[in-house]
Design a protein. Structure first.
Lengths: 546, 256
């Protein structure tokens, strides 16, 4: 391996530190000094104050909860570092960059090592500042010596570095396999969405099943996971270097493996992942020009749904609807977003049912509606509204083109939402033995919320198109605006309640609250209207000239 | 529709982006059926001019009409009788050529047999009939350009704006596009307003040439008149003289 990896690492480091451009190296190096002070002096003091004075947790209790908490914390770090960078990296297959690198005789291994090394300095800083939040309360409670604390942080750093390496290895391998075709980019985006969901699910699970999860984390099956070995090593180091006279033997019985085994397992795992990466790059996968996902897809005849839409809307608007549906349905990333929408629609009420032990229509309805509103914004507004500025010009160059395009997008979203809402409803009916009237009500409110969210998303995207750039400021702003509008639409009743009470008409709202149906409808109905308003504003803005 | 048989008239047309004047007081008349080429270096304001004339961009000052329709107050009427080929392709990657043309036709309120017949004919003329049902993501950039040219013509516009129409085409496809432009202009009185860097293309098919430099129209007239006025042997030399770009061989190698 020549020195090319170093130049790639430098470029990656510059990308990571673009916010502090002029004196980036100095700033990053300088940030390590307060980081060390924070980890060894400030964080233990602050966290100890919070744990003992505010939360009132004693040293003995801290020692008991420490292993479970550290396992959960390290699992969190592991998932965040493994899946989120993977998901983000897949969103932008760097085809253009590869061509430049490859034309300069760079190997896949150099790309892998350089990208990893470039990230390390910044991720090291994250560890230095964030790990003390997890480690310091126990270090302080157990009066762990500085040497012990240092070793605990080094262990967390090793786990972090191994995870980043593994994540980088997977990203490079997947990108090399997918290749630099439009189809590859689409597949990568779809995979990114699925991986994002994989990262979210454990947190949803943690929230809903906190006691159950703690129990699972304590079970021996978790000894199979590398994050457990690292987490247990941190707990064991705290115990070895504790200053209050606790012994390690009791802890080892609870955790399963002695510290030497954990050290060896973590070491072997890290070394294996490192060697595997170095050996497999350029052998098992190679970044380079090639067909891979590049393929010619020949369009066959239209399916039943599209033919039905054509029959229902026979004019040119029907053609717009059909082509829009085709374009949406052929993108893997759109389908994975829709699938996610359907899965969450199905899973969340069942989670609530399991947790509460009964099916409470109000809470399920409100939670599902709010979530479907958010997802409507994400799926139909997000990045799939327009591919490029040139596409916008093509649409704008037709008379009333922008207005008709937005209208067609809105109707497309309503067509696509129907199966998303209906299929889970059929499953609820079977799994939860719902009455027909409950199912109809649930479907109606779910549809209203999802459609409202979709209209909000489309309206906002039309107002401020983001094209396909999920990293842009416009994309983030649109998401925040969309989510904000959904929340405000659901909260309007609180404002109405306050205003009516102030005007002396509080009894009016009481009538609504006394009826379960009315109270649900009061929260769900505003969103579609907000969506319609967003569509009107967006359509007007999109047809406006620069 | 035309005012005194003019398809495009601009009077002091200006567009500023902050302190930068992209187009500065453009005065122009393009008669019906003319093939007009707007030449100029990168950043001269050619694309901005086309975007204003096709109703996509509001001028900062001045006025213009296309086939008698005011570009400010009658933008939708302007769009209905014009076709625009943007500089870079804005295609839908997941649609086939037929589906994309159906989409553009529908945006222009075409549907049914009329639309299908036009799609078939245009794809056949442009030599895409064998690949018409392939997804556009698998097309080469030249093939994409052909689809875009078809999309520009599908609603039979009276004025066609083409921004670098042959930049991605092979020589035989370029000749085809040239012939298509000539045939449409001669047989149907369609006016063409073409932005290009390719002086040979402009010289071959355009009857009037305008050179835009730093937002200002510095010369306009038939190609031979422009060449003679500049005291040059061909349009490329005339262009370089007018725009004032000289190639200094010594400076070119100074970086070594």
């Amino acid at each position: 391996m020549t020195g090319n990896w170093f130049h790639i690492a430098k470029a990656e480091f510059k990308v990571q530190t673009r916010g502090v451009k002029p004196i980036r190296t100095l700033i990053v190096l300088a940030a390590y000094l307060p980081g060390i002070a924070w980890a060894l002096i400030i964080a233990p003091f602050v966290m100890a104050f919070i744990v003992s004075e505010i939360l009132g947790i004693s040293q003995s209790v801290a020692a008991i909860v420490m292993p479970g908490m550290i396992r959960a914390g390290v699992m969190f770090i592991w998932l965040i570092l493994l899946i989120l960078p993977l998901s983000n990296a897949l969103k932008e297959v760097r085809a253009g960059q590869w061509e430049i690198l490859l034309s300069n005789n760079v190997t896949t291994r150099e790309i892998l090592v350089g990208s990893f090394a470039g990230k390390l300095a910044i991720y090291g800083l994250y560890v230095l500042y964030l790990a003390p939040i997890l480690v310091a309360p126990f270090a302080q409670a157990l009066e762990v010596s500085y040497l012990g604390q240092g070793l605990m942080y080094i262990t967390v750093f090793v786990i972090t570095a191994t995870t980043i390496w593994l994540s980088q290895l997977l990203v490079t391998a997947i990108q090399a396999r997918l290749g630099a075709s439009p189809r590859g980019k689409d597949l990568a985006n779809a995979l990114a969405i699925v991986l994002g969901a994989v990262a979210i699910i454990p947190f949803v699970g943690l929230q809903l099943f906190a006691p159950l999860m703690s129990e699972i984390l304590g079970m021996n099956v978790f000894l199979l996971f590398p994050f457990t070995w690292g987490a247990d090593m941190v707990s064991q180091l705290a115990m070895i270097f504790n200053g209050i006279g606790l012994s390690l033997s009791g802890l080892e019985t609870v955790l399963g493996f002695p510290i030497v085994s954990n050290f060896m397992l973590l070491g072997i795992f890290s070394a294996t992942v490192l060697i595997l990466g170095l050996l497999s790059a350029d052998r098992l996968f190679t970044i380079g020009a090639g067909a891979r996902t590049e393929s010619v897809t020949i369009i066959q005849s239209e399916n039943l749904v599209l033919r039905g839409v054509r029959r229902l809307s026979r004019g040119s608007f029907g053609v717009l609807l059909v082509t829009g549906l085709k374009d949406f349905g052929r993108k893997a990333q759109n389908l994975s977003r829709l699938a996610l929408l359907m899965i969450l629609t199905l899973v969340v009420p069942i989670f609530i049912y399991i947790r509460a032990g009964e099916f409470d229509l109000t809470s399920v309805n409100i939670m599902m509606s709010l979530m479907l509103g958010f997802l409507g914004v994400q799926v139909f507004g997000g990045s799939g509204f327009l591919e490029s500025k040139d596409q916008l010009w093509t649409i704008q160059s037709a008379p009333y083109g922008a207005e008709r395009y937005v209208r067609a997008k809105a109707i497309q979203s309503l067509v696509l939402i129907i199966p998303v809402v209906f299929l889970p409803a059929i499953l609820y009916t079977i799994l939860l033995s719902l009455e027909l009237i409950q199912v109809i009500f649930l479907v109606a409110t779910s549809f209203m919320s999802c459609a409202g969210g979709a209209l909000v998303g489309i309206g906002i995207a039309a107002n401020n198109p983001t094209y396909e750039d999920t990293k842009s400021g416009a994309y983030r702003t649109n998401n925040v605006r969309g989510m904000g509008l959904v929340v405000v639409s659901f909260m309007w009743y609180l404002i109405a309640d306050m205003v009516l009470t102030m005007l002396g008409h509080g009894a009016l709202m009481n009538i609504i609250w006394e009826s379960q149906t009315l109270s649900i409808l009061a929260q769900v109905i505003p969103l579609p209207f907000v969506g319609l308003a967003a569509i009107l504003v967006g359509s007007y803005k999109l047809s406006n000239r620069e | 529709m035309e005012v005194d048989n003019q398809s495009i008239i601009t009077k002091g047309l200006t567009k500023s982006f902050g302190s930068v004047k992209a187009v500065d007081g453009l005065n122009l008349s393009v008669p019906v059926g003319t093939r007009f080429a707007l030449l100029g270096p990168n950043g001269a304001g050619k694309t901005t001019t086309v975007q204003m004339l096709s109703g996509l961009m509001k001028p900062t000052r001045g006025s213009a009409s296309v086939c008698g329709y005011d570009i400010i107050s009658q933008k939708n009427a302007v769009k209905a009788i014009t076709g625009l080929l943007p500089e870079t392709p804005g295609l839908y990657s997941k649609l086939s050529a037929v589906e994309f043309l159906e989409f553009i036709g529908a945006l222009n309120r075409l549907h049914g047999d009329v639309l299908n017949r036009r799609i078939d004919t245009l794809l056949s003329i442009l030599g895409l009939e064998g690949r018409q049902n392939d997804m556009l993501e698998s097309y080469s950039s030249g093939m994409k350009q052909k689809v875009l040219i078809a999309s520009t013509l599908i609603h039979e516009p009276m004025v066609v704006f083409l921004d670098e129409p042959t930049s991605r085409l092979d020589p035989s496809a370029s000749v085809l596009v040239k012939e298509l432009i000539l045939a449409l202009a001669e047989e149907t009185n369609t006016s063409f307003f073409i932005c290009t860097h390719m002086t040979s293309f402009a010289e071959d098919i355009c009857d009037v040439i305008g050179i835009l430099n730093e937002g200002k129209l510095v010369t306009v007239g038939p190609p031979d008149v422009v060449v003679d006025a500049a005291g040059a042997r061909g349009l490329e030399e005339a262009y370089l003289k007018i725009v004032g770009r000289k190639v200094d061989r010594e400076a070119l190698l100074a970086w070594r």
